[in-house]
Design a protein around this ligand. Structure first.
Ligand code: SF4
Length: 516
């Protein structure tokens, strides 16, 4: 019997280590024989630690399990998959999982993250096998045909970026993976690096072969110690297995991969700032052009892709462009791992084809708010994403529909707020966040955010309210138009969307606010 207890950071934060110890102890005490595997998370975070057992009817799930539940699980016969109050039956039949379309997360939570054999046994490596039989131009044509767009935020066509690097003449090229997952409510990159790290290594290797890069860097945020540790171990094993190095899979191809730990600033997730940080400098945004595909890391042509973009590539190579393109809508092809967070009953990861509605995600999958109160707003796309009111929850999630509503898909994070939220506080937070995290290179962002917080405080205090709201709008226009990068350029989004959709919060009397 194999028992799975996740060692994903979310599960660990809920006591998974103690649960694993308790299972080992109880098994020894009872003379029960079992194999304990520390897997990644399935993404059903409200059930973590989610313990699974292999049975003739497939894997059976129990959760959330606490260490003190373990003796009763043994008493109930959980090793045979028998019923227990914490039981959920076969894992794959849990509604939350059953209705997803998992391409990128197909193996996450299923395999032992550090076993290349397990990775292979579950279909891993097939994309690279295929890429090794193709010319670089054909690999890029396949990625282009799949319709894959950057999952880091901007949605730029991945094939086009790769083609630019392939065609650039240079003695050295690089692939950099942006794993500085700093957006509020996002954890998909972390889950992959902790639960299926070879997938990222495979995706980066395919990219390197396609563009002619021989060196790669994964820039992981410093706040992710478990992801850093797991991914580093995976890289070491990939070298041992000949998946990285000077003879990839026995072919005369070179690709060396290094992990770099992030500088601890939100702006280091901006691509050019990340390059500065990898080069050992302070994370300050570079002026574009030149774009990194022409002059990137150490001045050389560089592909910069997010974890979710690179981990979408293996399945595209393994199953073909048409397979991937069949998912999605309009110009948004394939699937997006959405992350449900904030005030939500069933927080976790939902991978669905583009086109799923926000309402499906937050009610059907998420089960509504955790407090049971009506949902008043959701913020999509990180701390600089727009606030969306309930009358827009029906809109389909794809790049174009969102852009038409002044919002962005971003990294797929969805943060939910119930009717207790004060939108003026949220709008102020966006400006305060920008003031804290600005790299300081350009004036609209560096000074604008600080002045914005002051203006917001005057509005909240009811001082000269209409004039200050008008000033706030002007300031937002300057920041949006005049900022060098998306940090200052997008900060107005949450502010103006809060003002547009929730104007009452900006006009409430200070004493009414204090009373609440
Ligand atoms: Fe730096 Fe802000 Fe200007 Fe971006 S917008 S370059 S973060 S000061």
């Amino acid at each position: 019997v194999t028992v799975y207890v996740p060692r994903d950071a979310a599960a660990l934060s809920m006591g998974a280590e103690a649960v694993a110890d308790a299972i080992r102890r109880e098994a020894t005490r009872r003379g029960a024989s079992l194999r304990l595997v520390r897997n990644g998370s399935r993404g059903l975070l409200w059930l973590e630690p989610l313990v699974e057992v292999t049975t003739p009817k497939g894997r059976v799930a129990y959760g959330p399990v606490a260490a003190e539940d373990v003796p009763s699980l043994f008493d109930a016969g959980f090793l045979q998959g028998d019923a227990h109050p914490l039981g959920h039956g076969p894992t794959e039949d849990i509604d939350y999982l059953k209705h997803q379309e998992r391409l990128t997360f197909a193996r996450c939570g299923i395999i032992d993250p550090l076993s290349i054999e397990d990775y292979r046994a579950h279909g891993g490596g097939g994309g690279l096998d295929q890429a090794l039989t193709m010319t670089p131009a054909d690999v890029i044509a396949t990625v282009t045909d799949s319709g894959l767009r950057g999952r880091g935020g901007a949605g730029f066509p991945t094939g086009l970026k790769w083609k630019t690097v392939l065609e650039a003449e240079a003695p050295q090229k690089y692939v950099c993976c942006n794993a500085d997952e700093g957006d509020s409510g996002t954890f998909a990159d972390r889950m992959i690096m902790e639960g299926d790290p070879f997938l990222l290594i495979e995706g980066m290797t395919i990219c390197a072969l396609a563009v002619g890069a021989t060196r790669g860097y994964v820039y992981i945020r410093s706040e992710y110690p478990h992801a850093i540790d797991t991914f580093r171990q995976a890289v070491a094993r990939a070298y041992e297995a000949g998946w990285l190095g000077d003879a990839i899979h026995g072919h005369p191809k070179t690709f060396h991969l290094e992990v770099r730990v992030g500088g601890g600033a939100y702006i280091c997730g901006e691509e050019t700032s990340m390059l500065e940080s990898i080069e050992g400098k302070r994370g300050v945004v570079r002026v574009k052009p030149p774009v990194p595909a022409i002059e990137g890391l150490f001045g050389r042509p560089t592909v910069i892709n997010n974890v979710l973009t690179l981990t979408s590539v293996p399945v595209i190579l393994a199953r073909g462009a048409a397979f991937y393109r069949d998912y999605g809508m309009g110009r948004s092809r394939g699937t997006q791992p959405f992350q449900l967070a904030g005030n939500i009953r069933r927080g976790g990861l939902v991978e669905k084809a583009f086109g799923v509605s926000l309402s499906d995600l937050i009610y059907r999958f998420g089960g509504g708010s955790a407090t049971g109160r009506p949902i008043r707003a959701v913020q999509v796309g990180g701390p600089l994403g727009s606030y969306i009111p309930p009358d827009q929850f029906g809109m389909a999630k794809d790049y174009e529909t969102f852009a038409a509503h002044g919002a962005m898909v971003g990294h797929g994070g969805i943060v939910v707020f119930d009717d207790g939220v004060d939108m003026i506080v949220q709008a102020r937070f966006a400006l305060e966040f920008c003031a804290e995290e600005s790299c300081g290179k350009c004036t609209p962002c560096r000074i604008g955010a600080v002045r914005g917080v002051e203006v917001m405080d005057r509005i909240a205090a009811g001082i000269d309210r209409e004039a200050n709201i008008s000033l706030l709008k002007d300031l937002c226009a300057v920041m949006a138009d005049g900022s060098l990068c998306a940090m200052g350029g997008l900060t107005p989004q949450p502010v103006l969307s809060a003002l547009l959709h929730f104007p009452d919060d900006f006009h409430r009397q200070p004493d009414a606010r204090a009373a609440e």
